[in-house]
Design a protein around this ligand. Structure first.
Ligand code: 5RP
Length: 250
C-alpha cells in the first residue's frame, strides 16, 4: 500500500514565496555592499531603508566597516542609528555625502522617483541631493510606467500657515489630471513633519505629465516647501523581485 501525497518523488520543491518585507531586505543588503569604510553615508527613511541602516549597524559592530559617519534623513532614522551605535553628523559639517541609500514609493523607467509617503521628503531631498551616489532600494511593486499615475499620493510639504489656500492652489495646478489635494492626518490631527510643516497629498487620476514642468510649477507656489518628485537624482536603483535582484545604474 502507499500513501498519496500529491507529490511525485521527482517533483521539485515548492517555490519559496518571499514577503514584500523580505524583498525589501534583500534590496537593502545588496545596497550596503556598496558601502566602504571611511564613507559619509546618507541614511534613508522607511521600512526598506530601515533594513539598510540595521545592516550598516551590524557591520560596524562586527568591525567589518569602520570610520563611518551617518547623515540621517529623519528623526526616526536618527533614533534608529543612535540605537545601533552609528556615529552621526549633519550636512553643515559634511556638505558632501559619499553615498546615500533610501527607499522610494514609485520608480519610473528613467529612475525618477516619488518619495515622501513616509513624510521625510524634505530632509531626504537635502541629503540625497548632496550625494555623490544615491542608491535607491525597492521591491518590484514600486516600479511604475509614469510617476503620479498609480492613484497613490504625491506628497507636497507645505507651511502650516493657510494650508487650505495652498492645497487649493495645488489642486488647481493639476486640475487636468483630476487632482484631489488632501491634508495628511494622523487621527484627527494634521501630520506634522520633522520640520514642523504639513503634508498635502495630491491624488491624480492621470499621470502628472512633464515632470520638470510639474516640479517647477509646484515649487513656484508660495507656501510650498518641497515636493516628493526626485528627478534625475538616483544613480543606482536596486530592485528585488521573486526572480532575483536587478541593479540599474545611470
Ligand atoms: C519616506 C520615503 C520612503 O523612502 C518611501 O516612503 C518608501 O518607504 P518604504 O520603504 O517603507 O516602502 O520616502 O519619506
Amino acid at each position: 500500500s502507499s500513501v498519496e501525497t500529491g507529490l511525485s518523488p521527482l517533483s521539485s520543491p515548492p517555490p519559496v514565496i518571499l514577503t514584500q518585507d523580505e524583498l525589501k531586505k534583500i534590496a537593502a543588503y545588496k545596497a550596503v555592499e556598496f558601502v566602504e569604510s571611511g564613507m559619509v553615508l546618507g541614511l534613508g527613511t522607511g521600512s526598506t531603508a530601515k533594513h539598510a541602516v540595521d545592516r550598516i549597524g551590524e557591520l560596524l559592530r562586527q568591525g567589518k566597516l569602520t570610520n563611518i559617519v551617518g547623515i540621517p534623513t529623519s528623526k526616526k532614522t536618527h533614533e534608529q542609528a543612535v540605537s545601533l551605535g552609528i556615529p552621526l553628523s549633519d550636512l553643515d559639517s559634511y556638505p558632501v555625502v559619499d553615498l546615500a541609500i533610501d527607499g522610494a514609493d514609485e520608480v519610473d523607467p528613467f529612475m525618477n522617483l516619488v518619495k515622501g509617503r513616509g513624510g521625510s521628503l524634505l530632509r531626504e531631498k537635502m541629503v540625497e541631493g548632496a550625494c555623490k551616489k544615491f542608491v535607491v532600494i525597492v521591491d518590484e511593486s514600486k516600479l511604475v510606467p509614469h510617476l503620479g499615475g498609480s492613484g497613490l499620493a504625491m506628497p507636497v510639504e507645505v507651511v502650516p500657515y493657510c494650508w487650505k489656500f495652498t492645497a487649493k492652489r495645488l489642486q488647481d495646478l493639476f486640475e487636468d489630471c483630476g487632482c484631489v489635494a488632501k491634508l495628511r492626518t494622523t487621527g484627527e490631527q494634521p501630520f506634522v513633519t520633522d520640520n514642523g510643516n504639513y503634508v498635502i497629498d495630491l491624488y491624480l487620476k492621470k499621470d502628472i505629465g512633464d515632470l520638470k514642468v510639474a516640479s517647477d510649477n509646484i515649487l513656484r507656489l508660495a507656501g510650498v516647501v518641497e515636493h516628493g518628485m526626485f528627478l534625475d537624482m538616483a544613480t543606482t536603483v536596486i530592485v528585488a523581485s521573486e526572480l532575483g535582484v536587478t541593479i540599474r545604474n545611470k
